[in-house]
Write a protein that binds this ligand. Structure first.
Ligand SMILES: CC(C)(COP(=O)(O)OP(=O)(O)OC[C@H]1O[C@@H](n2cnc3c(N)ncnc32)[C@H](O)[C@@H]1OP(=O)(O)O)[C@@H](O)C(=O)NCCC(=O)NCCS
Length: 162
């Protein structure tokens, strides 16, 4: 079986923000954007594995600028790292004013997905090759984040135990 590439599963979802996406201030609700991020990353994970994947964690997320009703939200997601049964998927969110064409980078997020078998047990994820310099750079950065996440998870588990 041919080893898959980042391009094979990469996805860009574009959606116009409508009135029902608004918060009380009249801008787009952060939770709407977070759901789209999770969905888009999930598509990438499913495409790569051809199996059921679940969100294990989402790293800290900052919203750099508001998104307005009528804006096009462009969510681009791709795999940064494949472990044994988990993978890191990076997501970049941009908002586009459809009238002026102005685009803003509104946020980025890193999500960890775990691949599950029919019995909901984690299973091995197919390998991936990082072909471009940018993909390799993202892979290197992802490895550092994975170590950090492991340490932080252990620390919070230790706190729960005491
Ligand atoms: C995610 C889940 C499957 C992990 O199950 P688990 O029994 O803890 O699995 P393991 O300890 O064997 O870990 C499996 C992999 O996930 C990684 N992992 C587990 N929890 C993680 C977390 N919180 N953040 C990042 N990675 C995590 C492990 O490092 C391991 O990676 P590797 O195999 O690539 O080395 C389980 O916690 C679960 O089902 N959670 C609910 C998921 C869900 O329903 N999400 C939807 C939103 S509510």
């Amino acid at each position: 079986m041919a080893v898959k590439t980042v391009q094979d599963s990469m996805v860009t979802v574009v959606q116009q923000m409508m009135n029902e996406d608004a918060n009380l201030a009249g801008n787009v609700h952060g939770g709407v954007i977070m759901k789209l991020i999770d969905n888009t990353a999930g598509i990438v994970g499913t495409r790569h594995t051809g199996k059921n994947v679940v969100t294990a964690s989402i790293d800290r997320m900052d919203f750099h600028s508001p998104v307005f009703i009528g804006d096009l939200l462009r969510i681009r997601a791709s795999i940064n790292h494949v472990g044994n049964t988990s993978m890191e998927i990076g997501v970049r969110v941009e908002a586009e004013n459809v009238i002026t064409g102005e685009r803003r980078h509104t946020g980025s997020a890193y999500l960890t997905f775990v691949c599950l078998d029919e019995n909901h047990k984690p299973i091995k994820i197919p390998p991936i090759t990082f072909e471009t310099e940018k993909e390799q750079e993202r892979n290197c950065e992802a490895k550092k984040r994975i170590e950090l996440r492991k340490r932080q998870r252990q620390e919070s588990l230790d706190k729960i135990c005491y």
